[in-house]
Design a protein around this ligand. Structure first.
Ligand SMILES: Nc1ncnc2c1ncn2[C@@H]1O[C@H](COP(=O)(O)OP(=O)(O)OP(=O)(O)O)[C@@H](O)[C@H]1O
Ligand SMILES: [Mg+2]
Length: 492
């Protein structure tokens, strides 16, 4: 005969703790830890697991968390434990057995004897009829509080835990959705956000428009700060798949193993720290766009894995054999000369060709003529709005100096220059002194060929004549044929 339960204070504390967790713990992993911890402590169990339904396969329960038990699925549990879990799930009710060897409901007694289980319990976790999972616990030392009187408490506890879990799951979904919406909102007018009316930028817009609704892989090339990321977003947020995820990943700064698990995901236990199954970003971006920034910096191993994704359109999580089909638009960017990297043996040629289906060369700011002024005005308006400083505009000398500057840091440099000038300026109109542009060209003079200067002058004059070659040739004092020849050579 089990002793009568002396006091309910512990179970009540357990119940109130779990109720409190409903309101405070939104992290599913943390919540699961708390639930298992309370459950084990209240019945004095030595071992336990929490099994959860998987999204992609609700029928299969997987071990999400365990204490002193190492199995990944129900089927991997010992036959006796499994029969208890299955019986509890079938009835939907908490099940306790405190004398398993004599319990006629469970026949796999050999394994009980082998494992010396003296008591066990299973608490199904469900909301109405929806099954979330189950808690399984047993004891190999003492029967502890595995007693029929505990059933009402364990039922209530399971119920509270299920609510807490569902709450946390809903919260997680909401958070993801919110992040996506906020991101989408901030980017709705992306195309309009890209300022530029120069010929080279018009060319960029044309290509973006013509490829954005195709699934073709796009490679963005251009110096640092030219706006590659802006173009990547424009490609996504103006396309038919704009409501699907847009996921950007900085490939350059991540260590190889982390980058691999970020991109492809992993199976629980695939490596130390892989506490549960995790989707990779390719899977997260399914149906949408993945932007792989700094693609020129990825290691040979990641290059090989990426090549496979681009060829097969499927991914495999680390530690898994199963492959998953994905439909993702890939946009990659680099400020490296990938062709040079290929020649130097740093970048796989086959991957380069897979990435290089559509290439968009985002032009350097010094090749965008009057766009420099438009951008400067845009950044000025924004900086004035933010700082509330009484700046009205630029002096004509300031405009001259910006047009003459080389902008090695491109649009980013211009943005920073204006923001700093707005904060420091004394007068109403920004002067060259406020802009503090280095008067010497960024590249040492001897590094600049006559051709560089020639190109800059031609571009400036062309801009001034709205791309009209006849007019520009006249202004430059050269023949139209000469100008056409040069433009072809520079691919303008
Ligand atoms: N055409 C543009 N109109 C308005 N803002 C721009 C434009 N191009 C770039 N910017 C701004 O300049 C900054 C740099 O752009 P972005 O980060 O896209 O450059 P990037 O080419 O990705 O540079 P990096 O190679 O260094 O990563 C950003 O703040 C971006 O908003
Ligand atoms: Mg960038």
């Amino acid at each position: 005969m089990p002793e009568p339960l002396q006091e309910f204070s512990d179970p009540l504390v357990a119940l109130s703790t779990i109720s409190e967790s409903i309101n405070t713990l939104y992290d599913i992993d943390e919540l699961l830890k708390k639930i298992l911890d309370i459950a084990l402590r209240t019945v004095n169990a030595q071992r336990g697991v929490i099994l959860m339904s998987e999204h992609d396969d609700p029928a299969e329960l997987k071990v999400r968390l365990s204490h002193n038990l190492d199995s990944n699925t129900i089927s991997a549990l010992a036959p006796f434990s499994r029969s208890i879990v299955e019986a509890a799930l079938a009835s939907g009710e908490t099940l306790i057995t405190y004398n398993p060897e004599d319990d006629t409901r469970f026949t796999a007694s050999t394994s009980i004897a082998n494992q010396k289980i003296v008591a066990a319990a299973c608490l199904p976790l469900r909301i109405k009829t929806r099954r979330l999972g189950a808690i399984y616990m047993d004891s190999t030392e003492t029967r502890g509080k595995f007693r029929p009187e505990m059933e009402p408490f364990l039922n209530a506890f399971a119920h509270q835990s299920a609510i807490a879990l569902e709450n946390a799951q809903m919260y997680e979904q909401l958070r993801t959705e919110n992040r996506r919406l906020r991101h989408a909102l901030a980017n709705t007018s992306e195309f309009k956000e890209i300022i530029g009316t120069s010929q080279p930028m018009k060319h960029v817009f044309d290509v973006v428009r013509s490829v954005m609704d195709t699934p073709a892989t796009v490679l963005l090339l251009g110096e640092s700060g030219t706006g590659k990321e802006l173009v990547a977003r424009a490609l996504h947020y103006n396309s038919r798949i704009k409501d699907k995820p847009y996921i950007a990943l900085f490939c350059g700064s991540l260590p190889e193993s982390l980058l691999e698990s970020e991109l492809f995901g992993h199976k629980q236990g695939a490596f130390t720290g892989a506490t549960h199954d995790k989707k990779g970003l390719f899977e997260e971006a399914d149906g949408g766009t993945i932007f792989l920034d700094e693609i020129g910096d990825i290691s040979p191993k990641i290059q090989t894995l990426l090549l496979r994704v681009l060829q097969e359109r499927e991914v495999r999580r680390i530690g898994e054999t199963k492959v998953r089909k994905i439909e993702v638009r890939v946009v990659a960017a680099t400020n490296k000369d990938l062709q040079e990297e290929v020649k130097a043996g740093q970048f796989r040629e086959d991957l380069f060709y897979r990435l290089n289906v559509i290439t968009i060369a985002v032009p350097a700011l010094r090749h965008r003529g009057n766009d420099i002024v438009l951008l400067a005005q845009h950044f000025l308006d924004r900086a004035v709005g933010k700082s509330n400083r009484p700046i009205r505009g630029f002096s004509s000398e300031a405009i001259e100096s910006m047009l003459a500057h080389d902008w090695p840091g491109n649009v980013r440099e211009l943005e920073n220059t204006i923001e700093r000038a707005v904060l420091l300026a004394k007068g109403e109109y920004l002067t060259p002194a406020d802009l503090r542009l280095k008067s010497e060209p960024a590249a040492p003079l001897e590094m600049q060929t006559l051709r560089d200067h020639e190109r800059r002058i031609v571009e400036r004059i062309l801009q001034e004549h709205q791309g009209n070659v006849t007019e520009a040739a006249k202004a430059l004092g050269v023949s139209r044929r000469w100008l056409h020849y040069r433009l072809r050579e520079w691919q303008l």
